[in-house]
Design a protein around this ligand. Structure first.
Ligand SMILES: Cc1cc2nc3c(=O)[nH]c(=O)nc-3n(C[C@H](O)[C@H](O)[C@H](O)COP(=O)(O)O)c2cc1C
Length: 249
């Protein structure tokens, strides 16, 4: 009899342990699940090479957070947890900035005369599956191209008046612009239009970050030439904003 009670007791304890482990593994992913994002099982790096393309995860176009809630939650956040961003989160943030939303190639942000002067880059510090380095976003096929595999975050921080969010963030979204695309049509006024457009795209990222429970801030205070030298982009690309993004503490 005693042996039987012992066995039943043992089974209950075992079930309890399994239940607890299951609950904990699900709880860790609940924020991404709430946002409707895919959950990545592995954080193992792709072992990338320069020039290589990475297909980003499909974006979610009907998340659970209302626009009004995201507007209310949006805040400049300058300190982040050390956890990695997921590739799904990065995909979602880039799409919010410049994702293509119709068959004519129009995007999530308006563009003067549909001249699309913006080019998005990402400095990866800590993103699942990606090596540290600089990547370029192609909104047409939702891919990232590896530009340089080099840890430049400390140099970038120094060029940005030592704003520590640059090194703390999982990734820094870099808003580049080719002014000529818009100025070819609008002349000098095109300069204003490009600046207007950066505002639209960066606000999209701010709201998307709020909806994903991530922290971000826009960085406008940096030394232009130094940032452009550190990023080593084509000279026609001017950096107009940077947005470090990280998990909330
Ligand atoms: C054009 C512009 C440049 C900014 N540059 C920086 C910056 O370099 N560093 C920073 O920490 N915040 C920067 N900010 C964020 C503001 O400090 C922030 O929006 C302001 O304190 C209001 O806080 P909130 O965004 O939480 O409403 C910038 C904001 C704007 C609009």
């Amino acid at each position: 009899m005693l042996k039987r009670i012992g066995t039943i007791f043992g089974v209950f304890i075992l079930l309890g342990i399994i239940g607890f482990m299951l609950f904990n593994s699900l709880r860790g992913n609940s924020k991404e699940q709430a946002a409707g994002l895919n959950i990545e099982e592995s954080s193992e790096n792709f072992n990338l090479k320069e020039g290589e393309m990475i297909k980003l995860p499909e974006v979610v176009k009907d998340g659970q957070i209302s626009l009004e809630k995201a507007l209310t939650l949006r805040r400049s956040i300058r300190s982040y947890a050390s956890d990695a961003l997921s590739l799904s989160e990065l995909s979602q943030l880039l799409w919010s900035a410049q994702g293509i939303t119709n068959e004519r190639g129009f995007r999530t942000a308006p563009s003067a005369g549909a001249t699309f002067p913006l080019e998005m880059f990402v400095v990866v510090n800590n993103v699942n599956k990606l090596n540290r380095g600089i990547y370029h976003y192609n909104p047409h096929d939702n891919t990232l191209k590896v530009i340089h595999l080099k840890d430049i975050s400390a140099e970038l921080m120094r060029a940005s008046l030592s704003q520590s969010m640059i090194t703390e963030a999982g990734a820094v979204l870099v808003f580049g612009a080719i002014f000529e695309r818009t100025m070819a049509r609008y002349g000098e006024r095109g300069i204003r239009y490009v600046h207007n457009e950066i505002g639209h795209a960066s606000q999209n990222v701010h709201l998307q970050a709020a909806a994903l429970d991530l922290g971000t801030v826009v960085i406008g205070a940096y030394r232009d030439e130094e940032v452009e030298e550190v990023l080593n982009l084509d000279p026609e690309i001017k950096v107009l904003y940077m947005m470090p993004v990280g998990k909330l503490k």
